[in-house]
Design a protein around this ligand. Structure first.
Ligand code: SF4
Ligand code: SF4
Length: 72
């Protein structure tokens, strides 16, 4: 059954304060879904369709720049 909801977006997602991000890569390393990439070496970018809102990246960001929010 879970296969049937595979394309549905999760209720929550990670949002990065990209202006303050120093592109350390920690969030990319800890994301269990491979949802984060460091865009052009500048900031962390979350792939909406991959993120399940688990909050792991938010817990590990050394600068606390990630928040898990309810999708609009
Ligand atoms: S909330 Fe979870 S799935 Fe989403 S980017 Fe962060 S670690 Fe990855
Ligand atoms: S862990 Fe924080 S500072 Fe490091 S790349 Fe991710 S959002 Fe940016």
């Amino acid at each position: 059954m879970s296969e049937m909801v595979g394309k549905k977006l999760s209720p929550r997602r990670a949002v990065v304060d990209i202006a303050a991000c120093v592109a350390c890569g920690t969030c990319e390393d800890v994301c269990p879904r491979g949802a984060v990439t460091i865009y052009q070496g500048q900031y962390a970018k979350v792939q909406e369709e991959r993120c399940v809102g688990c909050g792991k990246c938010a817990q590990e960001c050394p600068a606390s720049l990630i928040k898990v929010e309810v999708r609009a």
